[in-house]
Design a protein around this ligand. Structure first.
Ligand SMILES: Cc1cc2nc3c(=O)[nH]c(=O)nc-3n(C[C@H](O)[C@H](O)[C@H](O)COP(=O)(O)OP(=O)(O)OC[C@H]3O[C@@H](n4cnc5c(N)ncnc54)[C@H](O)[C@@H]3O)c2cc1C
Ligand code: SF4
Length: 522
């Protein structure tokens, strides 16, 4: 009896492209992060032929070297130096096969029901209610080996964090983690060379390839070919891996649908560069970034924050902001232990010269915490593209955001002191050192400008907001760009606001849902 083998897909890179090559597939998916990889996998399961395009390189786990500077160069967009246009916030995201999931922390939260209901009630989003996404959670948790962190994954900072937050009576939990056979090396942000962290690189991408998806790395999607209200294909340019600049080699795709999954910054940029702002005033608007301020602390006992997993325990009791008579009162953030590798920690520690040297000498005793601000709905940012084609990210840091920033910083100081820190200091150029918890008013009185307090923004969302009307949103509830039958967006850029928890699971669940609508037009 003859056994029919299913045709697997192939991995291609800059060495394999021919100038003028034309590729015919059913669907082109732009971007290989949580959004794009999940989409490719779901479509492949349905027998649909997918080309998965990724502008960055294909660095498999065997190429990882656990060196934070080497890895930032390989897998971080703009080599980790991209900031908001005022230079205040460091924007961290992926530029490689697997996208930001290759250097994410693997915290894997289901979307809180209150957020899905808000998006439905206030922004008119259908098909993404709790009952619509429910079937996907078990599937994702099984495929990505998600379970709450157990005791062996609590490093000293996590243990101190958990015990202190429990003494303070703050609601917390062991963080659900996407890992299998984790070796506790602490290099999650540099890419896991053990293949333990369940990034897209080792989960949805190989699963999609097994089912027929072809992967095109070092290839940047550039120009959509639009005829009427239909997309017929797109042009892409081969990227030079060494300089990350476009080469002269272009190839063309002909397809029945395009799904833009280029990430929270990339999808808006791609559609803006295709001249769609005139048609969609909301394009690039309503950008959430989860600004993530941190606090450092010096302990009596060794912390060695760069070993074991980053966040085994989190505080979610302050996730939703509380208001009284319309004024901000408290909360609006997630709170976690921090993990920074030595070079990044050195860059973020306040002070210069001898002061800095003194802290670096005590590196293993340094711990700290971090929190993600749930962006305030009325104070969101925007993306545009400058004359040179570079992404400009503007974030206003409005009045309420500043209040949240201050409250989050104060809570972090309180927690570190409760955990036994002998000194607590704020991230920044200037050394702001505390040996006991100051009064809240003293902290509130600081100038809460992001440039004063360096912070990262690892969770972009919005820019291609989902909604009902073309005046206020870019895609409809079926992820179709308004007015187009076969142009879709599936990644964090469609979220009307931030997710309020780490977003990777929401992105994947949305892609699973979106794949049903893409399949309808093939
Ligand atoms: C340090 C760090 C830690 C994090 N930790 C967590 C965590 O613990 N839990 C969690 O849930 N989330 C975490 N996140 C966030 C999470 O990783 C991202 O939100 C998620 O991976 C984004 O997926 P995405 O598909 O939307 O975009 P991305 O992962 O950004 O993927 C988009 C891809 O598209 C590519 N691309 C862009 N433009 C083009 C183009 N024109 N042509 C071809 N390719 C293009 C990009 O190179 C990129 O690889 C973390 C992020 C960072 C940076
Ligand atoms: S801590 Fe675990 S998941 Fe993270 S890099 Fe090390 S082995 Fe991989």
């Amino acid at each position: 009896m003859e056994t029919k083998m299913k045709k697997t897909g192939i991995y291609r890179d800059f060495q394999t492209y021919h100038p003028g090559e034309v590729v015919k597939v059913d669907v082109v998916v732009i971007g290989s992060g949580c959004g794009g990889a999940t989409m490719a996998y779901e479509l492949s399961k349905k027998g649909i032929k997918v080309a998965l395009l990724e502008q960055g390189g294909n660095y498999h786990t065997g190429t990882f070297d656990n060196n934070e500077l080497n890895m930032a160069g390989k897998v971080s967009a703009e080599r980790n130096f991209h900031t908001t246009s005022d230079g205040g916030i460091n924007l961290v995201y992926g530029n490689n096969l697997g996208g930001a999931s290759v250097h994410y922390w693997a915290d894997s939260y289901r979307t809180p029901n209150d957020r899905l209901l808000l998006w439905n009630r206030k922004y008119g989003i259908d098909h993404h209610l709790p009952e619509d996404l429910d079937p996907y959670w078990n599937e994702l948790e099984t495929d990505l080996h998600v379970s709450p962190a157990t005791e062996e994954y609590f490093n000293p900072m996590n243990r101190l964090f958990r015990n202190a937050s429990q003494r303070l009576g703050w609601e917390g939990h062991a963080v659900p983690q996407a890992r299998k056979n984790c070796q506790k090396s602490g290099h999650c942000m540099q890419g896991c060379l053990f293949g333990a962290k369940q990034s897209q690189l080792i989960t949805h991408i190989p699963n999609a390839v097994r089912l027929g998806t072809d992967v095109y790395t070092d290839l940047r999607a550039e120009q959509l070919e639009i005829v009427g209200n239909k997309v017929k294909g797109l042009k892409a340019v081969v990227m030079d891996r060494r300089t990350l600049r476009p080469t002269q080699t272009k190839i063309e795709f002909q397809c029945k649908a395009v799904c833009v999954s280029a990430g929270g910054f990339g999808s808006s940029k791609f559609l803006l560069k295709n001249g769609l702002k005139k048609r969609y005033p909301a394009l690039g608007e309503f950008l959430a970034i989860n600004p993530s301020p941190m606090v450092h602390a010096l302990y009596e006992e060794p912390i060695v924050q760069w070993r074991n997993i980053p966040a085994a325990y989190g505080v979610e009791g302050f996730r939703l902001a509380k208001y009284q008579n319309g004024s901000y009162k408290e909360g609006g953030y997630m709170l976690m232990p921090n993990q920074l590798q030595p070079a990044t920690l050195a860059a973020l520690l306040p002070s210069f010269g001898n002061d800095h040297f003194v802290y670096m000498k005590q590196l293993e005793f340094l711990g700290g915490t971090i929190g993600w601000i749930d962006d305030v709905e009325g104070e969101l940012g925007s993306i545009d593209v400058d004359f040179f084609g570079k992404t400009k990210v503007n974030y206003p840091f409005g009045k309420t955001t500043k209040q949240i920033f201050s409250d989050l910083t104060y809570k972090q100081m309180k927690l570190n002191f409760e955990a036994g820190a002998k000194e607590v200091f704020l991230a920044g150029m200037k050394l702001r050192k505390f040996t006991k918890l100051p009064k809240k008013e003293e902290i509130d009185a600081l100038a809460w400008r992001p440039a004063e307090f360096p912070m990262a923004a690892p969770h972009p969302a919005g820019g291609c907001r989902m909604g009902k009307s073309i005046d206020h949103s870019v895609v409809n509830s079926k992820h179709q760009v308004h007015g187009f039958q076969n142009l879709f967006v599936a990644d964090s850029s469609v979220f009307p606001t931030g997710v309020s928890v780490d977003p990777s699971f929401t992105i994947m669940a949305f892609s699973k849902k979106a794949s049903e609508f893409v399949a309808e037009v093939i």
